[in-house]
Design a binder for this molecule. Structure first.
Ligand SMILES: [Zn+2]
Length: 180
């Protein structure tokens, strides 16, 4: 800053604009516009308070109260916004993770149902016993009941299991129950 240092109000002296007030306003605006947040917002608030105090004490020799106020408002706003963002993230992120997990589990159950249907069709066509376990190649692939084996969206591995059992996922368990 090349603004002159604040001097106590000499009579007849040209009123000076507080360099601190300018700095506060610049930092305050930067904290909002450039998304610097508290990084610029906290100095803006500190400089704004200091500038206001200097301006008050100077008895008119130093001006820039409006700019100091602008720096304070934008500085506090940026701090408040970060706090708000933090609170929103604290609420939203776990909910997002939960919703994503629920959606994956649902998709997985749908896949298990498809596998189950393919296995039942296979058992019926070939009159398999209840204990028969189809190979993947007997259910999945070109010309089979399913052109390809469904994949668990959460990265689990599917066990087709025997005819009398439900297929299962290593991550999500069976269609009707939880993890085995
Ligand atoms: Zn799964």
């Amino acid at each position: 800053m090349n603004a002159p240092p604040p001097v106590a109000g000499g009579a007849g002296a040209q009123p000076q604009t507080s360099g601190l007030a300018i700095a506060s306003m610049v930092l305050g605006i930067a904290s909002i516009v450039m998304c610097l947040g508290p990084l610029a917002g906290i100095p803006a608030v500190i400089l704004g308070h200091k500038a206001n105090s200097d301006i008050r004490k100077s008895g008119g020799a130093i001006q820039g109260g409006g700019m100091a106020t602008a720096g304070l408002v934008t500085g506090y706003l940026s701090i408040f916004m970060i706090a708000l963002w933090g609170m929103m993230a604290a609420v939203a992120v776990p909910n997002f993770v939960k919703a994503r997990k629920a959606a994956q589990a649902q998709q997985c159950k749908a896949n298990l149902n498809i596998i189950q249907d393919a296995k039942q069709a296979w058992a019926k066509e070939d009159a398999k016993s209840d204990d028969a376990v189809p190979f993947d190649a007997e259910l999945f692939g070109p010309g089979k009941n399913l052109p390809e084996k469904p994949q668990c969206p959460a990265g689990g591995t599917y066990m087709v299991n025997s005819v009398k059992e439900e297929p299962s996922c290593t991550m999500h368990g069976t269609i009707s129950g939880g993890r085995r």
